[in-house]
Design a protein around this ligand. Structure first.
Ligand code: ATP
Ligand code: MG
Length: 352
């Protein structure tokens, strides 16, 4: 009986059977296996997955170990695992931030390459989640094409000026809200020209009495064009969360979003997958409707942290339409827990 001699190639070939948990792709094609060395019966390599969690790292390591020990001739296996959510390096970006809002510690944008993926929904619920975690939070709707935070946060009044002629944000659910929609008349489509947009946004930032706050969550308009690029520069962001959906095509949009933030040196906090499987309101079971795992795969491919999944839940849409985000409306729901987990991930990433 002839056996294939043990070599780097045979080790790599064997490791192609190991999949990243929950995904159909293997760890070799992801490029996670590095520096394979074979000496006698000793096999060693590095498992380099800086965006994966340590639990995932341990799981993959155990699987590789078991598998390699079944190869003829292998007597010892050494695997160095490099994991852990790469901390977002906010220090540089923070230092470069213009001092527009010195009393705001972290300005975090919620963005997406594509419209309708749930940015505004994520922005409002993230704001409420951070508030619930004990932080002071503002929410700024910068969506010049279709501001939605007034509706989602249940606001039907206009803000007033304080004694210093500053606009006072309207507080809802413990969050201070300011929207570009306050400057627009209802049902009047406004054609914004570039300079008008930037003036309005600058006014928001400079002329709003935000006061001291830990976070300002910024709901950006969809897309990655010039308008978005200029907005991201004007608002001097600390970091950005990109919202994506489970489908594979979302990778292209997420990549565009990442490229936009890189252009203006805004660190990416990570990717959140929205509408990720249907949560049955009766039994709580989460049924994947689109293929799941797309967001995590995209994050791995882009080398950015994966922040988790928000289920496709009709109550998220209903509560948003009714002006009370689900984090306030259904505090015990699976969806609320998912938003709280996102809040915790953001807190951890920025080191708040
Ligand atoms: N996880 C979810 N489950 C169910 N419905 C959702 C979910 N996330 C968002 N929606 C619904 O999808 C629609 C689009 O969401 P939203 O307005 O937040 O997206 P957006 O990315 O801000 O859109 P735009 O690009 O137009 O600003 C809304 O009706 C919202 O209620
Ligand atoms: Mg929106």
């Amino acid at each position: 009986m002839s056996t294939v001699p043990l070599s780097e190639e045979t080790v790599l070939e064997a490791l192609r059977k190991v999949r990243y948990p929950g995904l159909s792709r293997d760890i070799v094609s992801f490029g996670f296996v590095k520096d394979v060395a074979v000496g006698g019966g000793n096999v060693s390599f590095r498992l380099s997955m800086t965006t994966a969690s340590t639990e995932v790292g341990a799981q993959i390591r155990a699987e590789c170990d078991t598998l390699l020990r079944t190869l003829p001739g292998v007597t010892a296996v050494t695997i160095a695992v490099e994991t852990g959510q790469a901390p977002v390096n906010l220090a540089g970006a923070q230092a470069d931030r213009p001092d527009i809002l010195p009393e705001t510690r972290f300005m975090v944008a919620v963005a997406s390459g594509k419209g309708g993926v749930g940015k505004s929904t994520v922005a409002s619920n993230l704001a409420l989640a951070l508030r619930q975690l004990g932080y002071t939070v503002g929410l700024l709707d910068c969506d010049i094409y279709g501001p939605s935070q007034q509706m989602m946060m249940g606001i039907d009044e206009k803000p007033v000026l304080d004694e210093n002629e500053k606009i006072v944000p309207i507080e809802r659910y413990g969050v201070r809200v300011m929207s570009i929609g306050f400057l627009m008349e209802a049902d009047t489509p406004v054609i914004w020209r570039g300079p008008m947009i930037y003036k309005a946004v600058e006014q928001f930032l400079g002329d709003v009495a935000w006061g001291k706050q830990d976070f300002l969550i910024v709901d950006l308009p969809p897309g990655t064009g010039d308008a978005q690029l200029t907005l991201t520069q004007k608002v001097a962001l600390s970091g950005a969360v990109i919202v994506t959906t489970p489908q594979d095509v979302a990778l292209i949009d997420a990549r565009k979003g990442l490229a936009m933030f890189q252009k203006v040196n805004v660190p990416l906090i990570g990717l959140i997958e929205n509408m990720s499987g249907y949560e049955c309101p009766k039994c709580g079971h989460v049924e994947p409707i689109f293929k799941t795992g797309g967001g995590e795969k995209t994050a791995l491919q882009l080398g950015v942290p994966f922040l988790g999944r928000i289920p496709l839940d009709p109550r998220i849409a209903l509560s948003g339409d009714a002006g009370m985000p689900i984090v306030a409306a259904e505090p015990d729901s699976v969806s609320t827990k998912a938003f709280l987990a996102l809040g915790e991930a953001v807190v951890k990433a920025v080191g708040a």
